[in-house]
Design a protein around this ligand. Structure first.
Ligand code: E4P
Length: 216
C-alpha cells in the first residue's frame, strides 16, 4: 500500500521522508493557504524536489478551459506533479483531455461509488474518496472504499484508490485490509502509525537489562 503525506508543510515532509516509507504528497488549496506567505510555484517546486513520488497539486479553476490551462501550467513545473481536479462535469472532461497530453490526474472530492466509476472511466491516475468527511456526515467512509475496490476489480480499472480525509490510524488499517492502493495521511496521524507504548516500554527494558548485564 502506498503511503502519502497530506500536507504542504516542508518540515513535515522532510521529517516523514526520512523514514524511507513515503510514496508521495497530496496538497490542496486549504493546506497551501495554511503555509502563509509563500510563492505558489516556488513552494510546489520545492516539495517536488524533496519527494521521490507523485505530488498532487489542485487547480482552482472550475471551468473546462481554465482547468486545462492551469493544469498544463502546473504540470510543467516538475515531472512528478499530478493535477488534482474536482469531481465535476468540467473536471471530468479535463481529466480525459489532460490524459491525451500525458498529464496524470487525481480526481478529488469523491463521495460516492458512481463518482469513482466516472473518474476511472475518464482515465484518472488516482481518485480520492474523502472518508473522514463522510464519517463526519453520519455515513461510513469504509463502505465507499469497499464498493470502490469491488468495482475497480470487476472492470480491471488501472485508476488507483487514494484514500483521503484520513482522521486516525484505524482508517489506514481498515483501508489496507480492504485493498485500497494508497492512503494520504495528515502529519499527526502519520506519526501515530509508528508509535506504541509497548514498543517504548519494551525497548526501555531491553536497554536497562543490557546495561546491567555481566556479558563481556
Ligand atoms: C486529499 O487529497 C485532501 O487533501 C485531504 O485528504 C482532504 O481532507 P480533509 O477532510 O482533512 O480536508
Amino acid at each position: 500500500m502506498k503511503l502519502f503525506l497530506d500536507t504542504a508543510n516542508l518540515k513535515e515532509i522532510d521529517e516523514i521522508n526520512k523514514w524511507g516509507v513515503l510514496d508521495g504528497i497530496t496538497t490542496n488549496p486549504s493546506l497551501l493557504a495554511k503555509e502563509g506567505k509563500i510563492g505558489f510555484e516556488a513552494h510546489v517546486r520545492e516539495i517536488c524536489n524533496l519527494v521521490d513520488g507523485p505530488v498532487s497539486v489542485e487547480v482552482t479553476s472550475t471551468n473546462f478551459s481554465g482547468i486545462l490551462k492551469e493544469g498544463r501550467e502546473i504540470a510543467s513545473w516538475a515531472e512528478n506533479i499530478v493535477i488534482k481536479v474536482p469531481m465535476t462535469p468540467d473536471g471530468l472532461r479535463a481529466v480525459s483531455e489532460l490524459r491525451y497530453d500525458g498529464i496524470d490526474t487525481n480526481v478529488t472530492l469523491c463521495f460516492s461509488p458512481n463518482q469513482a466509476l466516472l473518474a476511472a472511466k475518464a482515465g484518472a491516475r488516482f481518485v480520492s474518496p474523502f472518508i473522514g468527511r463522510l464519517d463526519e456526515n453520519g455515513q461510513d467512509g469504509m463502505i465507499l472504499i469497499a464498493e470502490m475496490v469491488k468495482i475497480f476489480q470487476n472492470y480491471h480499472f488501472n485508476t488507483e484508490i487514494l484514500v483521503a480525509s484520513v482522521r486516525h490510524p484505524r482508517h489506514v488499517t481498515e483501508a489496507a485490509k480492504l485493498g485500497a492502493d494508497a492512503a494520504t495521511i495528515p502529519f499527526d496521524s502519520f506519526k501515530k502509525l509508528i508509535g506504541h507504548p509497548l514498543t517504548d516500554s519494551g525497548l526501555e527494558k531491553f536497554l536497562s537489562d543490557w546495561k546491567n548485564a555481566k556479558i563481556k
